[in-house]
Ligand binder design. Structure first.
Ligand code: ACM
Ligand code: ZN
Length: 540
């Protein structure tokens, strides 16, 4: 996010309403306690499609084995993942093995079964009883989500490495059938405004996986920093990854990921069934790249890596073939690093001033018969889209890519409200809903003692109230809504701790928005289920 009109006027009224609500909860006797009491049964987030709870507990112990009944290597990896998690917290051996003959009673069985195909690749069935635990799915992703549910059924100490009190390492008897509502359950992180180390990126991915999120949108390039090593253009990180200061603080800031780091993160995410969507911003938000290669601009520069927040006039020259050669070279290396289907190309907040005054850009407008600079931007994106399509990738961009005409196979990320998303879906394009109003986790989430944020007010209940499918869409059009995503822009988020603070607990609300069936969503119920997750996350 950057800057926009409107949000400042939205804040005071919401602030007042929420302040009154908070005062009510705190002052009315008994009310606060009622709101805060945790549920007696399992507190699974996101809420499963169907869950029956029996009476009785299944205990894991020294002898418990993890058995995998599947030909899939990935399914075995899910079994190994579970074993590692359980060994670390319980200290028990949790031997793993492939199924052969009779499954020993008291085991945790992971099985892929074609018969469960109607649940889709991410659905699963989990049963626990005296005889053991069984997780069944048509595909390894479903097994992985079943494992996440299993971990939430275990005591919170499973996250932390201390021993549980009370009933020990046990889970209630349950029968759960579950599958997601949306295929895109995303969270974004801007590592351009501030750099976050690889170790934190992995932690972020773990937090997403815990709540069955499956898309990590990695915003890798910005005016204030280029964070991905590109072998063909070393100055992008030699120069573009470092800025002299930030808003006059006289303190240098920077950092970048080597290609080896990127491969490590992508592989880590894959074992957690998270696809990493890299974002390489174009045609704007590219001052760090222009500082390294000023010949790609309209004016020729010179430029410095951005040291202030806001929108910068200098963008890639749309009339220079060198720009496209450069971007295709960069994207070729990006494609090589990110095996996922989607490449995000930004496309937001592109001032047209430089293009208006550039002979090359104006010549391109004339030669291509374009109407204006909006169509020049559209032409820019279409060139990139053709390149990505030819490489078997799908382009996703912020909703400004609608202006001047949408590229043929583009997916739109609707951030300036949902209007862009509606327009895209109506014209047959896929969309991901991420409006500032409900999905911008750089906004304030509380009333008092909050660390400085960019503005806005987005408390937990408002995130939870988000409905990704606008009523304006027909059923057929609604199928173009792939899902929802949280965005964390980091102008005012300087370190990992604060990024984590902004993510939590709001991502739990968004995970339920994106995973759970619409008519199962209920905020009072969610606010009871979330209570034990605070201890769980603290343990983690
Ligand atoms: C954005 O927040 N500029 C996508
Ligand atoms: Zn130009």
């Amino acid at each position: 996010m950057k800057f926009q009109t409107g949000k400042a006027t939205e804040t005071p009224r919401r602030f007042l309403v929420s302040a009154l609500l908070a005062a009510f909860i705190m002052l009315v006797p008994g009310r606060g306690l009622a709101v805060k009491r945790a549920p007696a049964g399992p507190a699974i987030i996101p809420k499963p499609l169907r869950m029956e709870v029996g009476s009785g507990l299944f205990h894991v112990g020294q002898e418990t084995k993890i058995i995998i009944d599947s030909d899939s290597l990935e399914a075995r990896e899910v079994g190994e993942y579970l074993a590692v998690r359980l060994r670390r917290s319980t200290g028990y051996p949790f031997e793993t093995g492939l199924a052969s003959g009779k499954i020993p009673s008291g085991s945790i069985l992971l099985r892929t079964a074609a018969a469960l195909a109607k649940m889709g690749n991410e659905g699963y069935r989990l049963t626990s009883s005296k005889g053991g635990v069984k997780i069944e799915a048509v595909a390894p992703a479903g097994l992985f989500y079943g494992v996440q549910t299993l971990l939430q059924l275990l005591p919170e100490e499973v996250e932390g490495g201390t021993q549980p009190a009370d009933s020990g390492w046990s889970i209630p008897f349950v029968r759960i059938e579950d599958e997601p509502r949306f295929v895109w359950r995303g969270a974004h992180l801007d590592v351009g405004r501030h750099f976050f180390p690889k170790e934190f990126i992995k932690k972020y991915i773990d937090l997403l996986a815990m709540y069955k999120m499956n898309m990590f949108h990695w915003h890798l390039t910005e005016d204030q920093g280029w964070r991905i090593e590109i072998k063909k253009y070393p100055r992008l990180t030699e120069i573009g990854a470092w800025r002299r200061e930030t808003m006059d603080d006289a303190t240098p800031h920077g950092g970048f990921y080597t290609q080896e780091d990127i491969r490590e993160v992508v592989a880590y995410a894959k074992t957690r069934f998270i696809s990493v969507v890299p974002e390489i911003e174009l045609p704007g938000h590219c001052q760090a790249a222009l500082a390294a290669y000023p010949e790609l601009s309209c004016s020729g520069g010179p430029f410095k890596v951005g040291t202030e927040w806001g929108i910068i006039y200098d963008v890639y020259c749309a009339g220079n073939d060198r720009t496209f050669e450069f971007l295709q070279d960069v994207l070729a290396e990006v494609i090589d690093l990110f095996p996922g289907e989607y490449i995000h190309i930004g496309g937001d907040e592109v001032p047209k001033l430089r293009w208006q005054n550039c002979a090359k850009c104006q010549e391109r407008i004339r030669a291509e018969g374009l109407k204006d600079e909006d169509e020049l931007q559209s032409d820019f994106i279409k060139r990139i889209e053709r390149f990505l399509s030819n490489q078997g990738k799908r382009l996703v961009g912020w909703d400004e890519i609608l202006e001047g005409g949408l590229a043929p196979n583009a997916t739109v990320m609707s951030w300036r409200g949902v209007v862009g998303g509606i327009e895209a879906a109506k014209s047959g394009h896929d969309v991901v809903m991420t409006p500032t109003s409900h999905c911008y986790f750089d906004y304030y989430q509380g009333l008092f003692d909050e660390p400085r944020a960019i503005g806005g007010f987005l408390p937990l209940d408002k995130v939870y109230s988000f409905e990704p499918v606008p009523t304006e869409l027909s059923e057929a059009e609604a199928r173009h809504v792939l899902g929802a995503q949280a965005n964390i822009w980091t102008e005012y988020i300087e370190d990992s701790e604060q990024a984590e603070y902004m993510l939590l607990p709001r991502i739990l609300a968004l995970s339920e928005v994106a995973w759970s069936k619409k008519d199962l969503r209920n905020f009072p119920d969610f606010s009871r289920r979330i209570i034990p997750h605070f201890d769980r996350l603290a343990a983690k």
